[in-house]
Design a protein around this ligand. Sequence first.
Ligand code: DPM
Length: 345
Amino acid sequence: MEKLCYWKNGCCNVLLVFFQQNANGKVSRVIRIGTRKSQLARIQTDSVAEKLKRLYPDVHLEIGESRYTRRKKIDLVVHSLKDLPTTLPPGFTIGAVLKRENPHDAVVLHPKNMGKSLDTLPDKSVIGTSSLRRAAQLKKRFPHLEFKDIRGNLNTRLKKLDEKDDFSAIILAAAGLRRMGWDSRVSQILGPEDCMYAVGQGALAIEVRARDEDILEMVSVLHDPDTVLRCIAERAFLRRLEGGCSVPVAVHTEVKDSQLYLTGAVYSLDGSDSLKETMQTSIASDNKVEERVDERVQRVGVTANNMPGPAQDASEKLGLDLANLLLSKGAKEILTVARQLNDAR
Ligand code: DPM
C-alpha cells in the first residue's frame, strides 16, 4: 500500500543534474527540473528551485516536464513529505525536510454556507474528504455531519465543491491551500481537539540518491532542525504501526524548551474506537557532538548529517516508544479492522 501511494499520488517533481560548459570553457552545474502537471506539484518544485538558485547562484536550473519512468536519470525530487513512505526504495533518501508550514487541516465551505462552521452546519450536511484519518476524527466530533469521498487534485476538488451541490464543505490541508494561494477560502483551521494531522503534513521533502554526496550536501542546508526532529518522530511512530498513507493514524508534535512532545492516535473508521497517548523526550544537543559528515545514516528515510545525531536518535526512539505503548493497548487490532473494512468498501 505504501508503495502504491508513493507512485500514485505524490505531489512531486523531478530535478535532473548535469554539467554545462559555457563559452569560455568553464564548467558549471546544471540542474534540470522536471515537474508534473498538477499545479501544486509545480508550485512546490518552483519554491525549492528558487531557494536553490538563491543559495547557489552559479547553478543553472532548467525546468521541464518529466515522468517517473525516467526515474533512473533522476537526481532530485520534491515531495509533500506526507506522501512519502516511511521506507524509501533502496538507493534513495530524503536529503532535506523544509520548514513546516501550518500542519493542520482546514475547512473550505461551499460559498452558500459562508459564515458557518462545522459546529453550525445543518444536520446531515455532507462533508467531502477521502482521508480515513479526517473522517474518523470528525465523525466522532461532529456526529450531525455526513462524510463522503471526494477525489482529484486540489483544483478539481474546489471546482466540485463550488460548482455542484454535492458538498457543504470539504476538508483540505491548510499548507496545500496556502501554497496554491487559496488562503482566503479557509473558513476554519482544525485544532488538535477537532482533528489531528497526518504524519509529515505541511512539510516539503527533497528526495535524492543516497550516495550522491554532492547533491546531499547541497540540499542539506535546507533542513529545518525542528521540522526534521518532529517528522522523524512522526514517521518512526507510523512505521512501527505499519501504517501506510491511508490508515486512520494522526499525530501532533511540538518542540518547547529542548523537549519534543509527540501525541499519536489510531482510530476505527467511525472514530468510535480510538487510542491516544502523549510522550516526550529531550532533544537538547551538545554542540560538540557533531555527526561525522561522511556518515550515511538514514532515520526513517531521512539523512541529516549536518544535524546532531543524538537528537535524531532520541526523536526516532520517541516515535517507536509511543507506537509500542499504543500497540500494548490494542492499536494493532483497531488498525487491522479499519484496514479490512476499508478494503471491503
Ligand atoms: C495523504 C492523505 C491525503 C493526501 C491522507 C491524509 C489527503 C487525501 C484526501 C497521505 N496525502 O491526510 O489523511 O483528502 O482525500 C495531499 C495533500 C497535500 C499533500 C492535500 C491535502 C498537501 C499538503 C501537504 C493528499 N498530499 O491533504 O489536502 O503538503 O502536507
